[in-house]
Design a protein. Structure first.
Length: 321
């Protein structure tokens, strides 16, 4: 039994050496020569998702084996590299908003070693990245002195915010998604200007629909319906490109649709009942047909379903009049 333990320990030490070499080879492969000092090169490398997944896999194996070898002194010569790769990993997690890079899944033994180092470097793994619209978000981004790092963090935070909130106002967030793509294309490689443009997008998202003409509708609870109907009927045209008659038509239709939805969702257990939701969908379809608009006639089922889904995100179970 004792000899078997010795054999297993020796095997684990060999594995540790092997996976540490794999980590070295990873950085060599991508021409990151001095990753122990130039952290930024390592963080920047992980902007590519395939490379990121490869890195995660390398680090995971390295950590798994170091956990087996600890507390043997043989592990101590690898601890500095363990801390550094996790600093790169956690910094990239904050920049690219990717939870796969979080250290939360590593063993308690390894995490205690790593956490202390991360916190000493100003990265607390227990604190998630600052949300895009928080007041201190921009100040935090600007702590990074490199414009490319600022632009990457802004981009990731905007993408995360759009992904998280798009169902609450599809037309509004689709506009910003399109605008983001245009800006990324127009200013690619010009990191300073890109960071400035992305900050403008962030500020515009924060202003929300309150900064637009809301035609008497409540910006967060009613304008999403106006936006969805506008998009379904007139495509990507802005309200400024629509005639007064088209605006009046949209306003009246939106008001009628919202009235139906608000009335019907007051029914007890509405969100748990498929039958009750089906009924409100049929009411919406009738309202769309009453307009005698050809686009609404052709797309009536599709639009009614989208309006019903939108209402669940805007006026979900916790909605109160």
């Amino acid at each position: 039994e004792i000899s078997q333990v010795v054999v297993n320990e020796a095997k684990s030490k060999d594995e540790l050496k092997y996976f540490h070499n794999q980590l070295e080879e990873f950085f060599k492969k991508y021409k990151i020569d001095n990753w122990r000092e130039n952290f930024e090169d390592g963080i920047e490398l992980l902007v590519d998702e395939e490379v990121r997944n490869e890195f995660i896999s390398c680090v995971r194996e390295f950590q798994r084996v170091i956990d087996k070898v600890l507390p043997d002194p043989e592990a101590s010569k690898y601890l500095n590299d363990l801390k550094i790769v996790n600093f790169i990993k956690e910094s990239a997690r904050n920049r690219y908003r990717d939870d796969k890079l979080s250290i939360k899944d590593i063993s308690k033994k390894v995490r205690e070693i790593v956490e202390e180092y991360l916190i000493s470097k100003g990265v607390d793994p227990k604190i998630p990245p600052i949300p895009l619209l928080e007041d201190n978000f921009i100040a935090e981004v600007k702590k990074k002195k490199i414009p490319k790092a600022q632009a990457q963090e802004l981009k990731s935070a905007i993408e995360e915010h759009i992904s998280k909130h798009s169902e609450e106002d599809p037309e509004f967030y689709e506009r910003f998604s399109d605008r983001l793509n245009r800006v990324l294309e127009e200013y690619k490689e010009n990191w300073e200007l890109l960071a400035q443009e992305l900050e403008i997008i962030r500020n515009n998202i924060k202003q929300g629909r309150e900064s637009e003409d809301t035609f008497g509708f409540e910006p967060k609870k009613e304008m999403p319906f106006f936006g969805l109907l506008k998009q379904e009927i007139y495509g990507k045209k802005s309200t400024k490109e629509l005639s007064d008659e088209e605006i009046d038509f949209l306003v009246e239709l939106t008001r009628d649709i919202i009235e139906i939805i608000k009335r019907e969702i007051q029914v007890v257990d509405f969100w748990e009942s498929f039958t009750k939701q089906k009924r409100v969908k049929s009411h919406i379809i009738n309202q769309l047909l009453n307009t005698k608009n050809n686009t609404l006639f052709v797309k009536r089922n599709e639009i009614a379903q989208k309006l019903l889904e939108l209402s669940s995100h805007v006026y979900g179970k916790n909605y109160a009049n």
